[in-house]
Design a protein around this ligand. Structure first.
Ligand SMILES: [Zn+2]
Length: 122
C-alpha cells in the first residue's frame, strides 16, 4: 500500500464530490447553451452573445478535461497506483496531492517537464 487508507479515502471522497460539482456545473452550462437564442437585432448584442457562447464552450471543455482527469485519478485509487509519479515511480507527497489531486507527477518531475516543454516548445 502506497498511501494510508485514511488518505486514500480522503482523496476518493474529495474527488468524487469535486466531480459531482463539475457535473452539476456543466449541466447548468449545457442548459444555458440550449436556451433558444434571443433573436438579436442589434449586431453588437449578437457579437456579445457569440462571445458568451465561445466563453461557455471554453469553460465546458476545461470542465470536461478536468472530469476526465478526476476519473483517471479515481481509477488510480482503485488500482492502487494513486500518488505514484508517472515518470520516476516515486511517491508524490500528500501535501502536493492535496493542492493538486489530479497530478500524475511528483514536484521534481513536474518541474523537469516544464523545463523541457519550455525548451522544445511543447
Ligand atoms: Zn517523479
Amino acid at each position: 500500500m502506497i498511501m494510508k487508507n485514511k488518505d486514500l479515502e480522503y482523496f476518493r471522497k474529495m474527488m468524487t464530490r469535486w466531480q459531482e460539482d463539475l457535473y452539476k456545473q456543466s449541466d447548468v452550462t449545457f442548459t444555458d447553451l440550449q436556451e433558444p437564442t434571443v433573436k438579436a437585432i442589434d449586431p453588437v448584442d449578437q457579437a456579445s452573445l457569440e462571445e458568451t457562447r465561445a466563453f461557455t464552450l471554453r469553460i465546458r471543455n476545461r470542465e470536461r478535461r478536468l472530469i476526465g482527469k478526476i476519473n483517471q485519478s479515481l481509477a488510480r485509487i482503485e488500482e492502487g497506483t494513486f500518488g505514484i509519479c508517472d515518470m520516476c515511480g516515486k511517491k508524490i507527497s500528500v501535501q502536493r496531492l492535496k493542492a493538486r489531486p489530479v497530478t500524475n507527477f511528483c514536484i521534481t518531475c513536474k518541474n523537469k517537464r516544464e523545463e523541457l516543454e519550455e525548451t522544445i516548445g511543447m
